[in-house]
Design a protein around this ligand. Structure first.
Ligand code: 5GP
Ligand code: ZN
Length: 132
């Protein structure tokens, strides 16, 4: 959809730190991460939110999320994940996306949010997790 940031990322008109892509979806690092490796998974087609998104595409996005959660665990040594989908007034970008927020036992989630300086350089994180 014209003027949608995430559609522009799909078309390559806006750069992104991509970590995964297939026919239906794409995953890349969040530009303003809450944790190291904070990833967004989006359908390539424009659907505004979880209600517009067809259930078969939602299932595919969950399948890909589970695969990426494992890969992130291996590559970043995180100890868990938080999956998150915002909707309505909580959803800033109106192109459906699922957040994967890796969690680290030794670093509490809220510490990263309060102290963004604790986060690693996203270029380094991207190097660690991008597809070979
Ligand atoms: P939500 O809509 O669920 O509130 O969150 C939107 C997310 O998209 C935010 O975490 C924000 O940092 C991220 N975001 C917004 N614009 C861009 C962008 O241009 N590139 C990337 N990679 N992430 C973005
Ligand atoms: Zn879009």
């Amino acid at each position: 959809m014209k003027d949608c940031i995430f559609c522009k990322i799909v078309k390559g008109e806006i750069p992104s730190k991509k970590i995964y892509e297939d026919d239906l979806c794409m995953a890349y690092l969040d530009i303003n991460p809450d944790t190291d490796g904070h990833t967004l998974i989006i359908p390539k087609e424009h659907y505004e939110d979880i209600y517009e998104l067809p259930n078969d595409v939602l299932k595919h996005i969950f399948d890909v999320s589970k695969k990426l959660m494992n890969e992130l665990k291996d590559k970043l040594n995180c100890t868990g994940h938080t999956l998150m989908i915002n909707y309505g007034s909580s959803q800033e970008v109106k192109h459906f996306h699922m957040h994967i927020k890796p969690q680290y036992k030794d670093k509490k989630f809220v510490e990263f949010i309060k102290h963004k300086e604790l986060l690693k350089d996203t270029n380094k994180v991207h190097e660690m997790i991008k597809e070979d």
